[in-house]
Write a protein that binds this ligand. Structure first.
Ligand code: PRP
Ligand code: URA
Length: 208
């Protein structure tokens, strides 16, 4: 599936503030969360609604409602947790899992250190959250871990993606739809996204 990029002046505006190295932790966190809401909105475009009958103050009508029990959000630690508030604000009853992953600083390969997901994860559509999709290694491993637990439908939401990493995930997991607020130019020699925004985890948590 071809990656869907949010193409909207409001997103570009928010990304401009997010990317700026002068932007502080508080505003950075708020923007990550806000952009995550927009990504979630786009990713839920094909959501199936269940028919319900409701009574307005004027009359009764048949309409559609989302069964939130069909969904789970899975942020990749640490930086993915920064997107959680934004998505939970629109689907508040979805369950939440966590995958702990960090990149080895020399090999750039992901290392999995934590995995805890809802018991019935295989019955849910899983929306994976990670603001940065760089080499794609973390995304690929997270998707494989979830597939090994029986998950059949997954989407991947990221704020910034690198073309190299996106192509890798598309090739290895063509069944997983990726949504990016923006696809940047390339990776540098340290596998950071250029122009990017730096280290998302450090900027969200103020660790550097
Ligand atoms: C960052 C980011 C992704 C990963 C992307 O996490 O949040 O998980 O790197 O890189 P990749 O596509 O090359 O795998 P990091 O390892 O910095 O951990 P952190 O979230 O704990 O800071
Ligand atoms: N992880 C980040 O936080 N930023 C990058 O540019 C690449 C990986």
């Amino acid at each position: 599936m071809k990656t869907i990029e949010l193409n909207h002046p409001l997103i570009q505006h928010k990304l401009a503030i997010l990317r700026d190295k002068k932007t502080g932790t508080k505003e950075f966190r708020e923007l990550i969360s806000e952009i995550a809401t927009f990504l979630c909105y786009e990713a839920m475009k094909d959501a199936t609604l269940e028919e319900v009958e409701i009574e307005t103050p004027i009359t009764t009508m048949k309409t559609g409602k989302l069964n939130e029990d069909n969904y789970a959000f899975v942020p990749i630690l640490r930086a993915g947790t920064g997107m959680l508030e934004g998505v939970i604000s629109v689907v508040p009853n979805a369950k939440i899992g966590h995958i702990g992953m960090y990149r080895n600083e020399e090999t750039f390969e992901p290392v999995n250190y934590f995995f805890k997901v809802p018991k019935d994860i295989e019955k849910r559509e899983v929306i994976i959250l990670d603001p940065m999709l760089a080499t794609g290694g973390s995304a690929i491993d997270a998707i494989e871990l979830l597939k090994s637990k029986g998950v059949k439908k997954m989407k991947f939401l990221s704020i910034i993606g690198a073309p190299e990493g996106i192509e890798r995930v598309e090739r290895e997991h063509p069944d997983v739809q990726i949504y990016c607020a923006h696809i940047d130019n390339q990776l540098n020699e340290n596998k950071y996204i250029v122009p990017g925004l730096g280290d998302a985890g450090d900027r969200i948590f103020g660790t550097k």
